[in-house]
Design a protein around this ligand. Structure first.
Ligand SMILES: NCCC[C@H](NC(=O)CCC(=O)O)C(=O)O
Ligand SMILES: NC(=O)OP(=O)(O)O
Length: 324
């Protein structure tokens, strides 16, 4: 694997899931594979799970780590080619990225969208400039439009918990107080469309995801209808794609409740976290035995570990072709 930016970088999704579940049983099976190599984690935004699970995954493979809140502690970065840098940006990505590349063998980047300019966010300018100028494999730690480590985790969790060969998986919009990115639902949809599941998306009108992410998923504005016979309910808020970055509804009737979960086939409740209790989902659902959000977050380690292993294997193969 060269980079990990979307589902397209996973050559065989099912093989990744299987391997991740093997790592869950034997976390230290490849504990020397990352010896004398360093991973850098650069955060432009807050994180709990991604930061800690990726560190843990890297450690399990023997990698050293450098972690930086680059949005807070670094120089203001300019991304525009040809910019006259007489404003508040002190450093250009054309220097910053290759410098980071001198210190690290693999680089993870978290960079959320601005939610103001759809074209800018969906061009993935920040992530792509790191890919272009770092000269190292790049791992998305959640970009403007995708969160692939989360989505791989979600698929691992569904595989681990499913009781039917082809479960019904429902992505449900839920209310929130803030305008949030589409990255998590986009990415979840992209991965579910690549998996063998019956995939349904439900949201209020105006919350359609970009067509390249929704793909052929069934879409309904009737949440209760969507919940019928579901095996997994994946809740998430997102802001509008069409009226870009806007909150069109905060309708509390879209909150996930025990009554709605009762419509399902004893479905598991999933959320990427962090989640706002009693806004997105009731306490009673999160605290019920059907909530798998903690197990899901735990699986972040195995998703990251399997991705880092694939990237390390490519680095090692290229450095020592005679070994293979
Ligand atoms: N990495 C997981 C989700 C990150 C982000 N959530 C948030 O920003 C929640 C913030 C809040 O609840 O204030 C999102 O939706 O993409
Ligand atoms: N789910 C997730 O990515 O969590 P963090 O934002 O805390 O990393």
């Amino acid at each position: 694997m060269q980079h990990f930016l979307s589902v397209k970088d996973a050559i065989d999704v099912q093989a990744l899931v299987k391997e991740a579940l093997l790592y869950k049983k034997t976390p230290y099976a490849d504990k020397h594979i990352g010896k004398n190599r360093t991973m850098g984690l650069l955060f432009f935004n807050s994180s709990l799970r991604t930061r800690l699970s990726t560190q843990r995954a890297a450690q399990n493979l023997g990698l050293e780590l450098i972690v930086m809140n680059v949005g807070q502690d670094g120089w203001g970065l300019e991304f525009e080619d040809g910019a006259i840098m007489d404003g508040n940006k002190a450093e250009h990505i054309r220097e910053a990225a290759p410098v980071v590349g001198q210190y690290c063998d693999i680089v993870g980047i978290r960079s959320f969208p601005g939610l103001l300019d759809r074209e800018e966010d969906y061009s993935e300018n920040v992530l792509n400039q790191f890919v272009k100028h770092t000269g190292r494999p790049i791992v998305s730690l959640e970009s403007a439009t995708r969160h692939p480590l989360q989505s791989l985790t979600d698929l691992i969790t569904i595989e681990e918990l499913k009781t039917k060969p082809r479960p019904k998986v429902v992505l449900s919009w839920a209310p929130h107080v803030k305008a949030l990115p589409q990255a998590v639902p986009n990415s979840f949809a992209e991965w579910m469309n690549a998996a063998d599941v019956d995939f349904v998306i439900t949201h209020p009108e105006g919350y359609e995801l970009a067509p390249e992410f929704a793909g052929n998923a069934k879409v309904t504005h009737n949440q209760e209808e969507a919940f019928k016979d579901a095996d997994f309910i994946y809740a998430k808020n997102w802001s509008s794609y069409n009226e870009y970055g806007k909150i069109l509804s905060q309708d509390p009737s879209w909150k996930i409740t025990t009554e709605k979960m009762a419509l399902t086939d004893n479905a598991k409740f999933m959320h990427c976290l962090p989640v706002r209790r009693n806004v997105v989902v009731d306490d009673a659902v999160l605290d019920s035995p059907n909530s798998v959000v903690i197990q899901q977050a735990g699986n972040r380690v195995w998703a990251a570990q399997v991705v880092l292993k694939q990237i390390l294997l490519k680095i090692i193969r290229e450095e020592s072709p005679y070994l293979f």
